[in-house]
Design a protein around this ligand. Structure first.
Ligand SMILES: NC(=O)c1ccc[n+]([C@@H]2O[C@H](COP(=O)([O-])OP(=O)(O)OC[C@H]3O[C@@H](n4cnc5c(N)ncnc54)[C@H](O)[C@@H]3O)[C@@H](O)[C@H]2O)c1
Length: 282
């Protein structure tokens, strides 16, 4: 069995970064989260997640013992040079990601692995400014990270085979399952998931059925655990729109965002996080 990393760096302590930090802490690692925004909020997100895991009997240590393995720093340059793995989870803005990845590479050792949690951006593109692109790959965790069993491993042409195997061992050590996917727009998950969501929105626009009916059709008829519109509400309509625009530009017209999606984003109806998307969230 692969030995888990003892020290992990996470860049960005938002929804995904906090979840990624939580699962590595639960697996016994010391985790350093670099967060340039609200550091206290980042720490709270991880602490709340650990408390929830403990309440469900899914944390081996006491919460305060697990929390003692967390540090939150205010800049990428302050992550520990001993980090064996650094996962980038800053917003989906290519220039920002390239910037933090390049800075992290300068801090960590030459045998460390650098990964991006991007939902759709080209791994080869994000890694093009790195001096060790062979040690870089996509590690696409899902939301919410602690409860999701899948991690999509996205391999660029220059990613070393040994790095892929090492990372797959770590994912297995987290109790999760990986799928290895070649670097291509939207990978396997976002590409299929977004397409389904966009078609569901077009069906809503055309009055084929209401949101509840479309979701129930897929949940009961196709055994999807969650319908495409409810799922869009959870991910965030703004996040979905940004990915759809990228896939439209790279893969063509079948990913053209429907007007209804644009209108809802413009109106601030972003899904669960704003209380309204395709559904009302209390
Ligand atoms: N939300 C999802 O469902 C989901 C799922 C899979 C992957 N992703 C991907 O994960 C990444 C993060 O998404 P999120 O939903 O956690 O976003 P988020 O906005 O919740 O978190 C991003 C965090 O990064 C911080 N940040 C910004 N610039 C920084 C910098 N220079 N250095 C350090 N921290 C910085 C922000 O303050 C924020 O706390 C994105 O690439 C997204 O596409 C998101």
């Amino acid at each position: 069995m692969t030995q888990m990393p003892k020290t992990v760096g996470v860049l960005g302590g938002g929804r995904m970064g906090a979840g990624i930090a939580q699962v590595f802490i639960a697996a016994g690692a010391e985790v350093s989260v670099a967060e340039t925004g609200d550091a206290a909020a980042a720490r709270r997100r991880v602490a709340d997640g650990l408390a929830k895991a403990a309440a469900r009997g899914k944390l081996a240590d006491a919460v305060d013992v697990a929390l003692s393995r967390l540090s939150v720093v205010d800049d990428v340059s302050a992550i520990p040079p001993t980090a064996e793995l650094v996962v980038e989870a800053v917003p989906e803005v290519p220039a920002l990601k390239v910037d933090v990845l390049t800075k992290a590479e300068q801090v960590i050792g030459e045998h460390a692995v650098l990964a991006s949690n991007t939902s759709s951006l080209s791994i080869a593109g994000l890694g093009s400014a790195l001096s060790r692109p062979d040690r870089f790959l996509g590690l696409h965790f899902f939301n919410p990270v602690p409860a999701s069993s899948l991690v999509e491993v996205v391999t660029a042409p220059r990613t070393a085979a040994g790095v892929i195997e090492q990372v797959r061992g770590w994912i297995s050590g987290l109790g999760k399952t990986d799928v290895v996917v070649r670097d291509s727009p939207g990978f396997a998950t976002s590409r299929l998931g977004v397409l389904l969501g966009l078609e569901a929105i077009r069906m809503l626009e055309e009055g084929v059925a209401d949101a509840e009916a479309i979701d129930t059709a897929m949940e009961l008829g196709y055994r999807h655990p969650m319908g495409p519109l409810r799922s869009t509400d959870l991910v965030g309509l703004d996040v979905r729109l940004a990915i759809a625009e990228y896939l439209h530009a790279t893969l063509g017209d079948r990913f053209a965002p429907p007007q209804l999606l644009r209108d809802k984003v413009a109106a601030g109806q972003l899904g669960r996080k704003t209380g309204q998307g395709f559904y009302f969230w209390g």
